[in-house]
Design a protein around this ligand. Structure first.
Ligand code: DX5
Ligand code: ZN
Length: 224
């Protein structure tokens, strides 16, 4: 959609005793965003990071914090992450009772609002908010854990969302999250994605910096 390719390493797969070093390592390797997975143990069966850790990350990160809220009540808690220093706050359509209002409140605070949907959620659910988001996050695994396998139907879903954006005259970033590696990255980018989250493929690699660069190199050639 005319955007340059962004790589957003997910620190969920980093060593939690050394988060500052993990952030510095991927930033030095060219990361564009730092993807932060917030899980509340209720919307998903895992519990990870909350506002104090986002605030700590903000002190060391040189790149924007891309905060993905996998929580049951984003309408009342998104503001916590705005206040903690998030640069992008992404909310699940399945979890929000008042999606438009929550996204507008995030935007009004000067933070980029993002909307995301689970693999089984139809794309029609996000149509009406496309004009007010800066980013659409396509989940290519069921959220909750890093290191899962890419769900194949996500490629078609990215294409569907890209054409829906075009119809709506909107140009949010289209980000894909889950099972992204050097093989799946070019496929979703060919379908219209311009922002790639990768956790295990980067932090699980023997050389995370080289892994990041390889994903970028393979995907960049397919950017539409
Ligand atoms: C999954 C998270 C992802 C996860 C991706 O619930 O939203 O951001 O960290 O990890 P990989 O790249 O390992 O699938
Ligand atoms: Zn995520």
């Amino acid at each position: 959609m005319g955007h340059e390719l962004f790589i957003a390493p997910s620190i969920l797969s980093a060593d939690f005793t050394r988060l500052a070093e993990a952030v510095a390592l991927v930033e030095d390797a060219g990361a564009d965003l730092i993807h932060v997975d917030v899980m509340d143990g209720h919307f998903v069966p895992n519990l990870t990071i909350g506002p104090p850790v986002v605030r700590a990350l903000k002190r060391v990160a040189r790149r924007p914090l891309d905060v993905h809220l996998m929580v049951s009540d984003p309408d009342s808690t998104a503001q916590w992450y705005v206040d903690a220093g998030a640069d992008i706050v992404t909310v699940h359509v399945e979890a929000s009772a008042d999606l438009r209002h929550t996204l507008q409140a995030i935007g009004a605070a000067g933070v980029t609002p993002g909307v995301t949907l689970n693999p089984d959620t139809p794309v029609s659910t996000i149509r009406e908010v496309l004009p007010i988001v800066g980013l659409v996050l396509v989940m290519s695994v069921n959220p909750g854990f890093g290191g899962q396998s890419f769900i194949e139907s996500s490629v078609a879903k990215v294409a569907e969302i890209a054409s829906m954006c075009e119809e709506a005259g909107a140009s949010p970033r289209i980000e894909v999250d889950g099972g992204i590696d050097a093989l799946t990255a070019p496929r979703v980018v060919s379908a219209g994605a311009d922002t790639l989250v990768a956790g295990n493929a980067i932090f699980g690699a023997a050389d995370p910096a080289a892994a990041l660069r390889e994903i970028r190199a393979r995907a960049e050639a397919h950017l539409v």
